[in-house]
Ligand binder design. Structure first.
Ligand SMILES: *Cc1c(COP(=O)(O)O)cnc(C)c1O
Length: 428
């Protein structure tokens, strides 16, 4: 057997000191890995069982074209999603082109003029702000006379129950709860916390639709928000549930009525779920779903590894290496632009695709500062693959997520650290 550490040092340009430091940290988090493996096994079997229960078969892997009537593969995939998420129905489509689009369809399909949206967890994900009309955009829900209210988290990141109670009124039709921190410095909410929030909201207004933006959260715990009272959960297939194999897509799962409302918006009133050809990608969506628990586990191990390394180097990390996790995003406060740039460039160096490219900060539309993004992915923009993004502004938070396997996430984090070390930014 060849020596692994020598291979890393010889082939990836890692200093022995950097590698030894990282390996020492890896040893210290092994008990967390055992815990992740138990969750992964549970979720793997949950996915397997749903596939067996729905008699998944060869015939489901064929392509439909045109209108896509009688697409057995698509319909079976949707039943499998509904079983995994414990919902009445699901819409899982390549025509949902991203997480933002899936959320937009869920919102627009279920809201009517005069209705109000409430976010009880602070400001939603950046792209959603344009959709709702918090940031002025053409075609936003605000232009259709759909209003919005927000209750911020308290200083300790807990829910402001008094504020939420006051904000719910006769117009409140839908509550949107973002599980993941997204690109905010706040903890991600566990499914148990979401359960508490939903039951509080329903105790005030029982017929309000509770929708959870589940992006980055799928398969991190053994239960999902739809197991604990969420009426709708929404996510992207180029994140967790696509397992890295889905080339495109989004899902909306929940109560039949709300899923149907979304389907009528995605296709057309009266057509709904009956149409939408899959053009041959169903196999990738199903196989990706099968792989997803394992891929999420790799991402989580990479996130905990990075969290441990940077916490021990003296940086603020969210979450810390011992906290319970509810999503795959790791935030590291790197304190300087040089650190952020070097770390992202190092992550890029460890990628299977475009490893020779050096990312630089740029003026991305819609941001008030420069942004740097490291991504060497098989699927464009896929953030279940190892990636890191950071706005170049104090406190210099970098958000790292993904990794199709633990071993790739590990070398990615090590090359990130190595790049900082080479530039003299950290002492080991
Ligand atoms: C990624 C993400 C979205 C949007 O998904 P896109 O596929 O990038 O459009 C929405 N909410 C959260 C919390 C996300 O992480």
């Amino acid at each position: 057997m060849q020596d692994l550490n020598k291979f890393i040092i010889d082939n990836f340009g890692i200093d022995k000191k950097v590698l030894d430091f990282c390996l020492e940290k890896e040893e210290l988090i092994k008990d967390r890995f055992a815990e992740i493996d138990r969750i992964t096994e549970y979720n793997q079997l949950k996915v397997l069982r749903a596939m067996q229960k729905n008699n998944l078969s060869d015939v489901h892997f064929s392509a439909t074209t045109g209108y896509g009537y009688n697409d057995l593969g698509r319909d079976t995939l949707e039943k499998i999603y509904a079983d995994i998420f414990n919902t009445e129905d699901a819409l899982v489509r390549p025509q949902l082109i991203s997480g933002t689009h899936a959320l937009t369809v869920a919102l627009a399909g279920n809201l009517r003029p005069g209705d109000e949206i409430l976010s009880p967890v602070g400001v939603p994900y950046d792209t959603l702000q344009g959709v709702i009309g918090i940031r002025k955009e053409k075609g936003s829900l605000a232009e259709y006379d759909i209003t919005y209210r927000q209750v911020d988290l308290k200083d300790d990141f807990s829910f402001d129950y008094d504020g939420i109670k006051k904000a719910i009124n006769e117009k409140t039709k839908l509550v949107t709860i973002q599980r993941s921190k997204g690109y905010e410095w706040r903890p991600s909410f566990t499914v148990e916390q979401i359960q508490e929030l939903i039951s509080f909201i329903k105790s005030i207004k029982s017929d309000v639709i509770c929708m959870v933006d589940n992006c980055y959260g799928e398969f991190v715990q053994t239960i999902e928000p739809s197991d604990v009272g969420a009426d709708l959960i929404v996510g992207s297939l180029i994140k967790n549930p696509g397992g890295g194999l889905a080339p495109i897509g989004g899902y909306i799962a929940g109560k039949t009525e709300y899923v149907e409302n979304a389907a009528y918006r995605l296709t057309a009133p009266g057509l709904g779920k009956e149409v939408g050809a899959t053009l041959g990608i169903t196999t990738s969506l199903i196989q990706g779903l099968f792989m997803a628990p394992q891929v999420v586990a790799g991402s989580l191990k990479g996130a905990i590894f990075a969290s441990k390394i940077f916490e021990d180097l003296g940086y603020n990390v969210m979450p810390n290496p011992v906290e319970k996790r509810s999503d795959i995003v790791q935030c590291i406060q790197l304190d300087s632009a040089e650190n952020v740039i070097a770390f992202c460039q190092g992550i890029q160096k460890g990628a299977p695709v475009d490893s020779y490219v050096t990312p630089e900060p740029w003026d991305m539309p819609g941001y008030d500062c420069q942004v740097i993004m490291a991504a060497g992915a098989f699927v464009q923009g896929s953030s279940i693959e190892l990636s890191a993004d950071a706005p170049i502004k104090p406190p210099y938070n970098v958000f790292m997520q993904g990794g199709l396997s633990w071993h790739h996430a590990k070398i990615g984090v090590i090359t990130g650290l190595q790049t900082m070390y080479e530039k003299g930014l950290i002492k080991i």
